[in-house]
Design a protein around this ligand. Structure first.
Ligand code: NAD
Ligand code: ZN
Ligand code: ZN
Length: 377
């Protein structure tokens, strides 16, 4: 079968690899119909992680059940399913508590597993014709048959739940104002989720025109950080007080305002400035314990200069971490089915799997409006 294989920094290739088979009675094999490229894939693509050449990318996957192991009871051949990017067992302490992003059994020595991701276990990615799904009863979310809502449902694998998770971490409530830093797929989904949750006003900070325009289209207020300090721009629009809540949908690869320089703590510090005293900040944006490509010695070890004194003075709460997709995917699916949510507005490009190399290149450069790419094997 064909699969997208990492070859080294800034290079992927579509290659023939062996088709996966059932390895355990609880496995299912899914024929992939849609698989998306994520901002998180770019961390590996740019060679900023320990990812070795040969890894098959793809943690955002959906498709049709092709084969099930003898122990799988809730699924049958032909079912249409979407999988959380997290691989989880369903029975460890963390899974039972709903923290499926921190499963204790699927990736020994590390809390949490994922498909096609460095350090997240031995699971191959789904940017391929077929994918092996462990603990299939737990990890497959059933979808209505047919082809309707394909580009909405694929976003249930990661970014729609992850954006929602950003709002959950910040405890966004109806009537509140929210500042979302980052207008990439995760930021747009966080802004969309904040609006779904009844926020009165949502700001989206970025500098890429197409992304700010998408933010405006869903009813958020675009803030271009290339046009001045975003903290001041948002304070000017909130009577000098700032917002009730904030979401960091950028992570450590943040650009310092007014420069082209990467400064990993920029967004955290902007949020400390933007959110009013006693507000809360959700951080789905990725931070890592080690970053060989970091701009200074501390950053290379995941140590950042964050304004913790100001954060304390303002009594801000902060929540971080991987999204536990399974906590949210079922009800977000139902909102799509009922026509109450249509996250596919974020999808900018759909193309055959063969075109992955060019899609990675353009998405990495954020050119030609590349915001979210869905590949079809
Ligand atoms: P992306 O790179 O497409 O989007 C990031 C956006 O941030 C870009 O549009 C960029 O222009 C903007 N940006 C850069 N510096 C900024 C600044 N100082 N202020 C405001 N905006 C700035 O990535 P994405 O796919 O949207 O993902 C965003 C982050 O979320 C990444 O770190 C990704 O790894 C992470 N992520 C986390 C989870 C999770 O489970 N927690 C899941 C998926 C993705
Ligand atoms: Zn992803
Ligand atoms: Zn578990």
């Amino acid at each position: 079968m064909k699969a997208v294989v990492y070859k080294g920094p800034f290079t992927v290739a579509v290659e023939e690899i062996e088709r996966p088979g059932i390895q355990h009675p609880n496995d299912a094999i899914v024929r992939i119909t849609s698989t998306a490229i994520c901002g998180s894939d770019l961390h590996m693509y740019e060679g900023r992680t320990a990812a070795e050449p040969g890894i098959v990318f793809g943690h955002e996957n959906m498709g049709i059940i092709e084969e099930i192991g003898q122990g799988v009871t809730s699924l049958k051949k032909g079912d249409r399913v979407v999988m959380p990017f997290n691989v989880a067992c369903g029975f460890c302490t963390n899974c039972v508590e709903g923290f499926t992003g921190y499963c204790l059994t699927v990736n020994p020595g590390f809390a949490g597993g994922a498909y096609g991701y460095v350090a997240m276990g031995p699971y191959k990615g789904g940017q391929a014709d077929y994918l092996r799904v462990p603990y299939a009863d737990f990890n497959c979310l059933k979808l209505p048959p047919g082809e309707e809502h394909e580009s909405d449902f694929i976003l249930l694998a990661d970014i729609f739940p992850t954006g929602y998770h950003g709002c959950e971490l910040a405890q966004v409530r109806p009537g509140e104002s929210v500042a979302v830093y980052g207008g990439g797929p995760v930021g747009l989904m966080a802004a969309y989720s904040a609006l779904i949750r009844g926020a009165k006003k949502v700001f989206v900070v970025d500098r890429i025109a197409e992304r700010l325009q998408k933010a405006e289209e869903i009813g958020a207020v675009p803030i271009n950080f290339a046009e001045g300090d975003p903290v001041e721009q948002i304070k000017d629009r909130t009577e000098g007080i700032g917002t009730d809540k904030g979401v960091d949908a950028v992570g450590y690869q943040a650009t310092a305002h007014g420069t082209e320089r990467e400064e990993p703590a920029t967004v955290l510090n902007s949020l400390v400035g933007t959110v009013r005293a006693t507000g809360a900040v959700g951080v789905p944006g990725l931070y890592v314990p080690s970053d060989p490509g970091g701009p200074d010695e501390q950053a290379k070890h995941g140590m950042l200069l964050v304004a913790i004194g100001k954060l304390f003075e303002k009594g801000l709460r902060i929540g971080t971490g991987q999204c536990n997709v399974k906590r949210y995917n079922r009800f977000l699916r139902d909102m799509i089915i009922e026509g109450r949510a249509k996250p596919s507005f974020v999808v900018s490009h759909e193309m055959p799997l063969d075109q992955a190399p060019s899609a990675y290149d353009k998405f990495d450069k954020r050119i030609e409006g590349y915001t979210k790419v869905v590949l079809h094997p």
